[in-house]
Design a protein. Structure first.
Length: 245
Protein backbone atom coordinates (compact mmCIF):
# COMPACT_ATOMS: atom_id res chain seq x y z
CA UNK A 1 0.00 0.00 0.00
CA UNK A 2 1.29 3.45 -0.91
CA UNK A 3 -0.75 5.19 1.77
CA UNK A 4 1.15 6.24 4.90
CA UNK A 5 0.08 5.98 8.50
CA UNK A 6 0.89 8.94 10.73
CA UNK A 7 0.94 9.27 14.48
CA UNK A 8 1.60 12.13 16.87
CA UNK A 9 2.73 11.31 20.40
CA UNK A 10 2.45 14.01 23.05
CA UNK A 11 2.35 16.86 20.52
CA UNK A 12 2.74 20.28 22.17
CA UNK A 13 3.02 23.87 20.97
CA UNK A 14 3.44 27.10 22.90
CA UNK A 15 3.08 30.66 21.58
CA UNK A 16 4.69 33.00 24.12
CA UNK A 17 2.98 32.05 27.37
CA UNK A 18 -0.10 30.61 25.63
CA UNK A 19 -0.24 26.85 25.29
CA UNK A 20 -2.03 26.09 21.99
CA UNK A 21 -1.43 22.31 22.06
CA UNK A 22 -0.96 20.11 25.09
CA UNK A 23 0.05 16.45 24.90
CA UNK A 24 -1.97 15.49 21.81
CA UNK A 25 -1.59 11.90 20.64
CA UNK A 26 -3.51 10.61 17.66
CA UNK A 27 -3.09 8.05 14.95
CA UNK A 28 -4.21 8.19 11.32
CA UNK A 29 -4.32 4.69 9.89
CA UNK A 30 -2.94 4.12 6.40
CA UNK A 31 -5.59 4.23 3.68
CA UNK A 32 -8.24 5.99 5.75
CA UNK A 33 -9.91 9.38 5.92
CA UNK A 34 -9.48 10.84 9.41
CA UNK A 35 -11.46 13.89 10.49
CA UNK A 36 -10.09 16.43 12.96
CA UNK A 37 -12.87 18.28 14.76
CA UNK A 38 -12.90 21.09 17.28
CA UNK A 39 -14.31 24.52 17.92
CA UNK A 40 -12.53 27.63 16.69
CA UNK A 41 -9.23 27.98 18.51
CA UNK A 42 -9.11 24.30 19.56
CA UNK A 43 -5.66 23.88 18.00
CA UNK A 44 -6.52 22.00 14.80
CA UNK A 45 -4.51 24.20 12.44
CA UNK A 46 -1.62 24.38 14.92
CA UNK A 47 -1.46 20.59 14.99
CA UNK A 48 -1.52 20.11 11.22
CA UNK A 49 0.96 22.95 10.67
CA UNK A 50 3.22 21.12 13.09
CA UNK A 51 2.88 17.93 11.09
CA UNK A 52 3.63 19.73 7.82
CA UNK A 53 6.48 21.74 9.35
CA UNK A 54 5.01 25.23 8.75
CA UNK A 55 5.22 25.76 12.50
CA UNK A 56 7.20 22.87 13.95
CA UNK A 57 5.92 21.30 17.16
CA UNK A 58 7.71 22.23 20.38
CA UNK A 59 7.06 18.91 22.08
CA UNK A 60 6.31 15.34 21.19
CA UNK A 61 7.09 13.24 18.18
CA UNK A 62 5.66 12.38 14.81
CA UNK A 63 5.79 8.86 13.41
CA UNK A 64 5.35 8.45 9.68
CA UNK A 65 4.81 4.90 8.47
CA UNK A 66 5.77 3.81 12.00
CA UNK A 67 9.12 5.62 11.98
CA UNK A 68 9.91 8.67 14.07
CA UNK A 69 10.74 11.67 11.89
CA UNK A 70 11.98 15.14 12.65
CA UNK A 71 9.82 17.59 10.67
CA UNK A 72 11.25 21.10 10.94
CA UNK A 73 10.12 22.57 7.63
CA UNK A 74 7.70 21.88 4.76
CA UNK A 75 10.63 20.49 2.83
CA UNK A 76 10.99 17.75 5.46
CA UNK A 77 7.34 16.76 5.29
CA UNK A 78 7.22 16.93 1.48
CA UNK A 79 10.19 14.62 1.19
CA UNK A 80 8.32 12.12 3.39
CA UNK A 81 5.32 12.25 1.04
CA UNK A 82 3.16 14.53 3.20
CA UNK A 83 1.34 17.46 1.57
CA UNK A 84 -1.27 20.01 2.52
CA UNK A 85 -4.21 21.49 0.61
CA UNK A 86 -5.39 24.87 1.87
CA UNK A 87 -8.78 26.46 2.05
CA UNK A 88 -7.69 29.00 -0.52
CA UNK A 89 -6.32 28.08 -3.90
CA UNK A 90 -2.65 28.17 -4.74
CA UNK A 91 -2.92 27.30 -8.44
CA UNK A 92 -1.74 29.83 -11.04
CA UNK A 93 -4.85 31.11 -12.89
CA UNK A 94 -3.18 32.13 -16.16
CA UNK A 95 -1.83 28.67 -16.89
CA UNK A 96 -3.47 25.47 -18.03
CA UNK A 97 -4.13 22.50 -15.77
CA UNK A 98 -1.25 20.63 -17.43
CA UNK A 99 1.16 23.54 -16.90
CA UNK A 100 0.12 23.86 -13.28
CA UNK A 101 0.77 20.20 -12.64
CA UNK A 102 4.14 20.08 -14.36
CA UNK A 103 5.41 23.37 -12.91
CA UNK A 104 4.36 22.32 -9.41
CA UNK A 105 7.37 20.03 -9.45
CA UNK A 106 9.58 23.10 -9.32
CA UNK A 107 11.60 22.47 -12.45
CA UNK A 108 12.64 25.44 -14.56
CA UNK A 109 10.18 25.96 -17.45
CA UNK A 110 12.85 25.98 -20.16
CA UNK A 111 14.32 22.72 -18.87
CA UNK A 112 11.03 20.85 -19.29
CA UNK A 113 10.56 18.42 -22.17
CA UNK A 114 6.84 19.13 -22.71
CA UNK A 115 6.30 16.23 -25.10
CA UNK A 116 7.62 13.78 -22.58
CA UNK A 117 5.74 15.47 -19.71
CA UNK A 118 2.54 15.34 -21.74
CA UNK A 119 2.81 11.57 -22.16
CA UNK A 120 3.48 11.16 -18.43
CA UNK A 121 0.50 13.43 -17.62
CA UNK A 122 -1.86 11.49 -19.89
CA UNK A 123 -0.82 8.26 -18.19
CA UNK A 124 -1.30 9.90 -14.78
CA UNK A 125 -4.76 11.25 -15.62
CA UNK A 126 -5.83 7.87 -16.99
CA UNK A 127 -5.28 6.44 -13.47
CA UNK A 128 -7.45 9.09 -11.84
CA UNK A 129 -11.04 8.25 -10.95
CA UNK A 130 -12.39 11.47 -12.48
CA UNK A 131 -11.94 13.53 -15.64
CA UNK A 132 -10.47 17.00 -15.84
CA UNK A 133 -9.44 18.39 -19.23
CA UNK A 134 -5.78 19.24 -18.71
CA UNK A 135 -5.73 21.73 -21.62
CA UNK A 136 -8.19 24.02 -19.86
CA UNK A 137 -7.04 27.34 -18.43
CA UNK A 138 -7.24 27.31 -14.64
CA UNK A 139 -9.14 30.62 -14.80
CA UNK A 140 -12.02 28.77 -16.50
CA UNK A 141 -12.39 26.15 -13.76
CA UNK A 142 -15.21 26.18 -11.20
CA UNK A 143 -14.22 26.19 -7.52
CA UNK A 144 -14.74 22.43 -7.20
CA UNK A 145 -12.57 21.80 -10.26
CA UNK A 146 -9.82 24.01 -8.81
CA UNK A 147 -9.96 22.06 -5.57
CA UNK A 148 -9.68 18.85 -7.59
CA UNK A 149 -6.63 20.33 -9.31
CA UNK A 150 -5.10 21.05 -5.89
CA UNK A 151 -5.60 17.41 -5.01
CA UNK A 152 -4.31 16.24 -8.40
CA UNK A 153 -1.22 18.34 -7.77
CA UNK A 154 -0.61 16.53 -4.49
CA UNK A 155 -0.95 13.18 -6.21
CA UNK A 156 1.25 14.24 -9.13
CA UNK A 157 3.88 15.19 -6.57
CA UNK A 158 3.56 11.65 -5.25
CA UNK A 159 2.21 12.62 -1.85
CA UNK A 160 0.92 9.71 0.15
CA UNK A 161 -0.51 11.58 3.11
CA UNK A 162 -2.68 14.60 2.40
CA UNK A 163 -3.90 17.14 4.93
CA UNK A 164 -6.95 19.24 4.07
CA UNK A 165 -7.72 22.32 6.18
CA UNK A 166 -11.45 22.96 5.72
CA UNK A 167 -11.34 21.96 2.06
CA UNK A 168 -15.03 22.44 1.36
CA UNK A 169 -15.60 25.89 2.80
CA UNK A 170 -15.42 27.50 -0.65
CA UNK A 171 -17.28 24.76 -2.49
CA UNK A 172 -20.95 24.17 -3.33
CA UNK A 173 -22.48 21.13 -1.58
CA UNK A 174 -22.24 19.14 -4.81
CA UNK A 175 -18.59 20.07 -5.38
CA UNK A 176 -17.84 19.15 -1.77
CA UNK A 177 -19.43 15.74 -2.29
CA UNK A 178 -17.32 15.15 -5.37
CA UNK A 179 -14.03 16.22 -3.81
CA UNK A 180 -14.55 14.30 -0.56
CA UNK A 181 -15.87 11.30 -2.46
CA UNK A 182 -12.67 11.33 -4.49
CA UNK A 183 -10.49 11.50 -1.38
CA UNK A 184 -12.40 8.63 0.19
CA UNK A 185 -12.10 6.56 -2.97
CA UNK A 186 -8.34 7.11 -3.24
CA UNK A 187 -7.85 6.40 0.47
CA UNK A 188 -9.82 3.19 0.38
CA UNK A 189 -7.89 2.13 -2.72
CA UNK A 190 -4.74 2.40 -0.57
CA UNK A 191 -3.29 5.30 -2.60
CA UNK A 192 -3.16 7.78 0.27
CA UNK A 193 -4.29 8.69 3.75
CA UNK A 194 -6.24 11.84 4.47
CA UNK A 195 -6.37 14.04 7.54
CA UNK A 196 -9.21 16.50 7.11
CA UNK A 197 -10.08 19.46 9.30
CA UNK A 198 -13.77 20.26 9.13
CA UNK A 199 -16.61 21.87 11.05
CA UNK A 200 -19.29 19.90 9.27
CA UNK A 201 -20.64 16.83 11.07
CA UNK A 202 -22.31 15.60 7.90
CA UNK A 203 -18.94 15.39 6.16
CA UNK A 204 -17.43 13.51 9.09
CA UNK A 205 -20.25 10.97 9.22
CA UNK A 206 -20.28 10.39 5.45
CA UNK A 207 -16.65 10.53 4.45
CA UNK A 208 -14.41 9.86 7.45
CA UNK A 209 -13.44 6.49 8.88
CA UNK A 210 -12.12 7.83 12.19
CA UNK A 211 -12.46 11.12 14.02
CA UNK A 212 -10.36 12.95 16.59
CA UNK A 213 -11.74 15.80 18.68
CA UNK A 214 -9.65 18.59 20.20
CA UNK A 215 -10.79 21.10 22.79
CA UNK A 216 -8.69 24.02 24.03
CA UNK A 217 -5.50 22.45 22.78
CA UNK A 218 -6.16 19.09 24.37
CA UNK A 219 -7.22 15.74 23.02
CA UNK A 220 -10.78 14.82 23.98
CA UNK A 221 -10.65 11.50 22.17
CA UNK A 222 -10.55 9.53 18.93
CA UNK A 223 -13.23 7.17 17.68
CA UNK A 224 -14.26 5.11 14.74
CA UNK A 225 -17.03 7.06 13.00
CA UNK A 226 -19.15 3.91 12.98
CA UNK A 227 -19.14 3.97 16.80
CA UNK A 228 -20.20 7.56 17.37
CA UNK A 229 -22.80 10.11 16.33
CA UNK A 230 -23.23 13.86 15.97
CA UNK A 231 -24.59 14.27 19.50
CA UNK A 232 -21.56 12.66 21.08
CA UNK A 233 -19.08 14.51 18.86
CA UNK A 234 -20.76 17.81 19.53
CA UNK A 235 -20.68 17.14 23.29
CA UNK A 236 -16.99 16.31 22.98
CA UNK A 237 -16.28 19.53 21.10
CA UNK A 238 -18.19 21.68 23.55
CA UNK A 239 -17.10 19.89 26.70
CA UNK A 240 -20.61 19.08 27.91
CA UNK A 241 -19.78 15.46 28.57
CA UNK A 242 -17.30 16.37 31.26
CA UNK A 243 -18.56 19.62 32.65
CA UNK A 244 -22.20 18.58 33.17
CA UNK A 245 -21.67 15.96 35.85
P1 LIG B 1 -8.19 26.07 15.14
O1 LIG B 1 -7.54 25.78 13.85
O2 LIG B 1 -8.65 24.85 15.87
O3 LIG B 1 -9.32 27.06 15.00
P2 LIG B 1 -5.64 27.24 15.82
O4 LIG B 1 -4.73 26.07 15.83
O5 LIG B 1 -5.60 28.12 14.64
O6 LIG B 1 -7.13 26.76 16.12
O7 LIG B 1 -5.35 28.13 17.10
C1 LIG B 1 -5.29 27.60 18.41
C2 LIG B 1 -4.98 28.71 19.37
O8 LIG B 1 -3.62 29.12 19.18
C3 LIG B 1 -5.85 29.94 19.19
O9 LIG B 1 -6.14 30.47 20.46
C4 LIG B 1 -4.96 30.88 18.40
O10 LIG B 1 -5.28 32.21 18.70
C5 LIG B 1 -3.58 30.51 18.90
N1 LIG B 1 -2.55 30.73 17.87
C6 LIG B 1 -2.47 30.10 16.68
N2 LIG B 1 -1.41 30.52 15.98
C7 LIG B 1 -0.79 31.45 16.75
C8 LIG B 1 0.38 32.26 16.60
N3 LIG B 1 1.13 32.19 15.47
N4 LIG B 1 0.71 33.09 17.61
C9 LIG B 1 -0.06 33.16 18.73
N5 LIG B 1 -1.15 32.43 18.94
C10 LIG B 1 -1.53 31.58 17.97
MG1 LIG C 1 -7.90 26.48 11.84
Amino acid sequence: MRALSLETIGAGKVFGNFRALDDVSMRVRAGTVHALLGENGAGKSTLVKGIVGYGPLDEGSVLVGGKEQSIQSPRDSHSLGIGMVYQHFTVAPGLSVAENLVLSRGELPWAIDWKQERAALDAFMARMPFKLDIERAVSSLAAGEKQKLEILKQLYLDRRFIILDEPTSVLTPQEAEEVLGLMQQLAHAGELSVLMITHKFGEVMRFADDVTVLRRGQLVGSKSVADTDEAELSAWMMGESREQS
